[in-house]
Design a protein around this ligand. Structure first.
Ligand code: FAD
Length: 347
């Protein structure tokens, strides 16, 4: 039997491993970290290479060891720098992540313990921490009609040069859409579609400010005070250098949603049509929780009830990352540490 099985070796799984080890548990003995991927870095290893963090390194760090300074240029670190940091973090703390081990299901076993089933062995666990992120569950909204051209999601985007000379429709009002639009619009004609008018943060607001807001919310919650709210009131899109440059080129102009897909593009609500070669869906991700289905923890609204990180109907199960519902800023580099500390304290 294993004390704790952590599913997922991205930033959330590593931060959990850090605190489990600090509490006296031995990696790969008292707890194991399983990861489906062959390489370290979690989602950061799959993001497009020109993606940058929206905060400086000291605001993009896990517990114990700061992300090394970024010296590449004057901007914030590129995704590869984060992958390198997570790789070294794992080695530094000897977290011994078991790779290429995909968890297929978690079920209740003998004496109420949890059985973790993978294609490469099974584990019986006293506690399971699910830290599987969202990257493997890209979300694309349903629209009527069909489009004969190329469609891809943020998760599949790599280089703007793939779209050189094309007409590209970019759907989505968040940071991924704004950053991909900023790049693609340099080599292609673009149309930007958002559900509601995009909301840009002031130029001087970046991940630092967002983290401070999350900190205020965390403290208020701990003291039993009123919810001070998240970042929603401020806006959504961080004005990183590339997005500011796009604003200066006047390409940050968004249209409301189209009515349907047509063979060569989209039809707008006024009946007019636009022809495009490619549609890039920057429409977000959903929590990757398929491995927990057999526990039957979802309510009628499809959501799993949690008290902080703990599943209310299965107290041996904890969740970290995914979104604010497992802890303020739990799905960011810096916020994962605080949530992991609370989670391990509770365990
Ligand atoms: P992941 O990094 O996705 O790691 C989950 C791990 O679980 C993966 O390694 C995966 O292989 C594994 N896994 C999944 N399913 C299974 C399974 N069934 N069995 C075993 N293993 C499994 N945050 C910031 O702090 N700063 C930023 O600037 C920033 N920019 C972002 C930009 C984009 C485009 C996106 C999408 C997110 C950004 N984030 C940023 C948010 C956040 O840091 C990432 O989403 C982060 O990767 C979440 O970490 P995680 O450990 O929860 O999940």
């Amino acid at each position: 039997m294993t004390g704790v099985v952590v599913i997922g070796g991205g930033q959330a799984g590593l931060a959990t491993g850090f605190y489990l080890q600090r509490s006296g548990l031995v990696p790969d003995k008292d707890f194991v970290i399983l990861d489906a991927a062959a390489e370290p870095g979690g989602a950061w290893a799959r993001m497009w290479p020109t993606l940058r963090t929206f905060s400086p390194t000291q605001y993009s760090s896990l517990p114990g060891w700061m992300m090394p300074p970024w010296t590449g240029d004057s901007g914030y670190p590129l995704a590869a720098h984060v992958v390198d940091y997570l790789t070294r973090y794992e080695q530094r703390y000897g977290l011994a992540v078991r790779r290429s081990v995909a968890v297929r299901s978690v079920i209740r076993g003998h004496r109420g313990l949890l059985e973790v089933h993978t294609g490469r062995g099974d584990w019986l666990a006293e506690h399971v921490v699910s830290a599987t992120g969202t990257w493997t569950r890209p979300f694309v909204p349903a629209y009527p009609g069909s489009f004969a051209g190329r469609q891809l999601h943020t998760a599949d985007y790599r280089h703007a040069s793939d779209f050189a000379g094309q007409r590209v429709l970019i759907v989505g009002g968040g940071n991924s859409a704004a950053q991909i639009l900023a790049e693609v619009s340099q080599v292609a004609g673009t149309i930007w579609v958002t559900l509601r008018p995009p909301r840009f943060l002031p130029d001087d607001v970046d991940g630092r400010v967002l983290f401070e807001l999350a900190t205020r919310r965390y403290r208020a919650r701990r003291l039993g005070g009123p919810d001070t709210g998240g970042v929603a009131g401020l806006g959504d899109i961080v004005m990183v250098d590339s997005v500011r440059a796009a604003r200066d080129r006047n390409v940050l102009r968004a249209r409301g949603p189209f009515a349907r897909l047509v063979e060569h593009g989209v039809r707008w609500r006024d009946g007019s049509e636009s022809s495009v070669d490619t549609i890039i869906w920057c429409t977000g991700f959903r929590p990757a929780l398929g491995h927990l289905t057999s526990l039957g923890l979802r309510g009628p609204d499809g959501r799993m009830r949690t008290d902080g990180t703990q599943a209310i109907q299965e107290p041996r199960l904890h969740l970290i990352g995914y979104g604010d519902w497992t802890g303020p800023a739990s799905a960011t580099l810096i916020g994962a540490g605080r949530t992991a500390r609370d989670l391990v304290t509770k365990l």
